[in-house]
Design a binder for this molecule. Sequence first.
Ligand SMILES: C[S@@+](CC[C@H](N)C(=O)[O-])C[C@H]1O[C@@H](n2cnc3c(N)ncnc32)[C@H](O)[C@@H]1O
Length: 219
Amino acid sequence: MELKSAPTRGRTLDHAAFVYDTIEPILLLGKQAEYDRHLLSLLDPAVSDRILDLGCGTGVLTRMIADQLDAAENGECVGIDAAAKMIIVARKKRATDTCRFEVMAAEALDFEDTSFDAVVSSLFFHHVQMDLKQKALVEAYRVLKPGGRLVIADMHTPTTWMGGLVSHVSRWFFMQPQIGENIRGVLPEVIAAAGFMPPEIVATYFGYITVFNTRKPKA
Ligand SMILES: C[S@@+](CC[C@H](N)C(=O)[O-])C[C@H]1O[C@@H](n2cnc3c(N)ncnc32)[C@H](O)[C@@H]1O
């Protein structure tokens, strides 16, 4: 049966799925492995953790996380993406007994409350408009256990001249107002408004990607 993309107003990348693994290392200036390893180190997974990757694309980060987990201990990393073609590529190249991929919109997660130890997301939030950013974070909060970790790496207020150039050119070239929201710096406020502890900025990459680290409060 044909896998169908999930309904969403977000900017999905079905059209780029089959070239994404070639393009992304270039966009991340050859630092993709370092960048992904950094996100992994922030998650610091236990082998039995259940971890959710929002807007996983072809699942490179999902798989890196999943390789730290143990299926015998119920460890699992689940990557979700609204674009069916991304999930087809991810399943074909990266699914294992600890690595699963599902077509799903981040703003309408089909998971039980408090069913994950950590949620991660890389370069997804600049693909959705403000109300969907809010809904996706409320959903992330809902599916996380109390004390669960949230790590987000995404476009944010640029920190260098070059980062500003890349951000503003992307916003206009891709005609993507969702990027404009990120550049204005909305993410920390939206993360906190969903109920998370105020996010800490732990790193910036290339002057336009910021890494946020936070948690769902314990009680
Ligand atoms: C730039 S890619 C990032 C992929 C991957 N996380 C990475 O770091 O390479 C953004 C992804 O978000 C997905 N996406 C867009 N809107 C979405 C939504 N509402 N729910 C889930 N995924 C969505 C797109 O299909 C795309 O695969």
